[in-house]
Ligand binder design. Structure first.
Ligand SMILES: *Cc1c(COP(=O)(O)O)cnc(C)c1O
Length: 503
């Protein structure tokens, strides 16, 4: 059972097929067998004096306390080890998550100081360690093979997290010609004997479908098992990705207390640039466990399916899909929203499954007014492409602070929200990527003359403009040796996996 005076937290599927699952089983399995997502059966709670006590604590200590609350079948030592292995010198600052005031009342929670300079590092640098310990606890003898399809960012972040972690292998598929030059270079120069990258002759959907097919293939699973391998996934619905994300909202609050912006207990608002709804769901969980958050502001780009949902209660993916300058938010099916839907139905698995089936068959569903009342603390907004560019340019001019395109979506929505609310609560704004990662768009927003420049040259110009050094993730990528040259047709994905694993 759980540890001294801590409540044991067990998990259940949002679609009712599984209950009383331990945290480590949920981490290991990722998705429930009925297609649902694992959610805590009861929410843990922060101790009374938490924020006073933790206001000067380092990031690692806050993260450790949050993991302990949610992942109750891990030992304290296991969690401490996971935290220490994850949040170390891979980050370019000992603060791990700096909190910077920009403008009068807004605090940027910089989640981009990890190995790939985007916020997915926050979860993907710890997931491998949570996963290998989960495997041990549940007597899984095989090495864990992570299969991932990527449209650019997740693949690199997952590889960086799993590289060199004993007992794991990772294989990433990306669409040849479908990712940016910088993204491709980042992936094919990845070191680590346990990593492999494959360019497929197809698009992202083909890669995703191919990976799903392998996960469901029983013959392949049997062959793998014989060779000492088992598949797992690192995708964003895994509890092992969600829980580490709760930690940084709690940490952000402690810094506002430390800075004297808030007294422990006073409310802040949170603004999050949203795609798959994972990051903002983590903020909602932070609120549920007792972080003093009032409004949760969901910021969408031109693909504003979530904005429309919060405005009308109707989720409708039947619409035109836009490629924007914030590609990690170009999503029409926000998978993690299912966890919120489960709550708004009053934790009714049958109703949740019904709504999700409507989404699958007809591409839409409508929630009732009663359900909408439950999420009245969510605000929403969206930013179109011009507004994103305008925001980057204006804030750089006024504040000499350069932000990336995803963060700019949030900054625009945040500015609109500030105008319509009637109070001056501090705003914590999730800043999800370094401007260096999206140099072309960011530099053209500052001055259109940069629009035709070479991607790599722009990095140096950005250094000159901001006075900042190149982030380690962007150093030498032009010259780093190319270590992965595999390509394959869609029909050869399984065969390629077998070759890589030596089956
Ligand atoms: C993934 C991503 C997002 C969206 O996060 P979700 O958890 O999918 O809502 C926003 N910004 C960046 C830079 C990302 O990589």
């Amino acid at each position: 059972m759980g540890r001294n005076n801590m409540k044991e937290i067990l998990y259940e599927s949002t679609r009712g097929g599984e209950r009383n699952i331990t945290a480590s089983q949920a981490v290991l399995t990722g998705l429930a067998k009925d297609g649902g997502l694992y959610v805590p059966m009861t929410m843990p709670a922060l101790p009374e004096d938490f924020f006073e006590r933790m206001k000067d604590a380092p990031y690692q200590d806050v993260a450790y306390e949050i993991l302990r609350l949610f992942l109750s079948d891990y030992t304290d030592q296991e969690l401490r080890d996971c935290v220490d292995l994850a949040y170390d010198s891979k980050f370019d600052t000992p603060e791990i998550v700096p909190v910077n005031r920009v403008g009068e009342n807004t605090y940027f929670l910089e989640l981009f100081h990890g190995a790939t300079i985007a916020f997915k590092d926050m979860a993907l640098s710890i997931l491998p360690h949570l996963l290998t310990r989960a495997a041990k606890k549940n007597n899984v003898q095989e090495d864990v093979v992570i299969l991932t399809a990527t449209s650019g960012d997740t693949g690199k972040a997952a590889m960086a997290g799993f590289a060199g972690v004993p007992g794991t292998r990772i294989i990433v598929f990306y669409p040849k010609g479908g990712v940016s030059i910088v993204q491709e270079r980042q992936m094919i120069t990845q070191t680590g004997d346990n990593t492999a990258v494959v360019a497929i002759h197809g698009n992202f959907d083909n890669a995703q479908t191919g990976v799903k097919k392998m996960f469901e293939d029983r013959d392949l699973a049997a062959r793998l098992k014989e060779a000492g391998y088992v598949f797992s996934s690192a995708n964003s619905i895994n509890v092992g990705r969600l829980v580490p994300q709760v930690a940084y909202y709690v940490y952000g609050y402690t810094r506002l207390v430390q800075k004297g912006v808030l007294k422990a207990g006073e409310l802040m608002d949170v603004v999050v640039p949203t795609g798959n709804f994972g990051n903002i769901l983590a903020a909602h969980y932070a609120k549920q466990i007792g972080t003093p958050i009032d409004r949760l502001v969901c910021a969408s780009n031109k693909n504003k399916v979530l904005f429309d949902f919060f405005q009308t209660g109707n989720y409708d993916k039947n619409r035109e899909f836009y490629l924007t300058s914030s590609p990690s938010m170009d999503i029409l099916i926000s998978s993690n929203l299912e966890r919120l839907i489960f709550e708004v139905t009053g934790r009714d698995a049958e109703k949740t499954a019904d709504l999700m089936n409507q989404l699958k068959s007809g591409g839409q569903y409508q929630i009732t007014e009663e359900m909408r009342a439950y999420i009245a603390d969510f605000e929403s907004g969206f930013a179109n492409e011009d507004q994103v560019m305008e925001t980057i340019g204006r804030v750089f001019k006024d504040e000499h602070y350069l932000m990336d395109t995803h963060t700019a979506v949030a900054a625009k929505v945040s500015a609109d929200y500030e105008k319509r609310r009637d109070n001056k609560r501090p705003i914590l704004l999730a800043s999800t990527a370094s401007p260096f990662k999206f140099a072309k768009s960011v530099m053209s927003a500052v001055d259109p003359k940069y629009a035709d420049e070479d991607d790599f040259k722009l990095l140096d110009q950005m250094c000159a403009l901001t006075g900042q050094p190149r982030p380690a993730a962007m150093r030498d990528i032009e010259n780093a040796p190319i270590l992965h040259k595999r390509e394959c047709d869609i029909s050869q994905m399984e065969q390629t996996v077998c070759e890589i694993l030596g089956l």
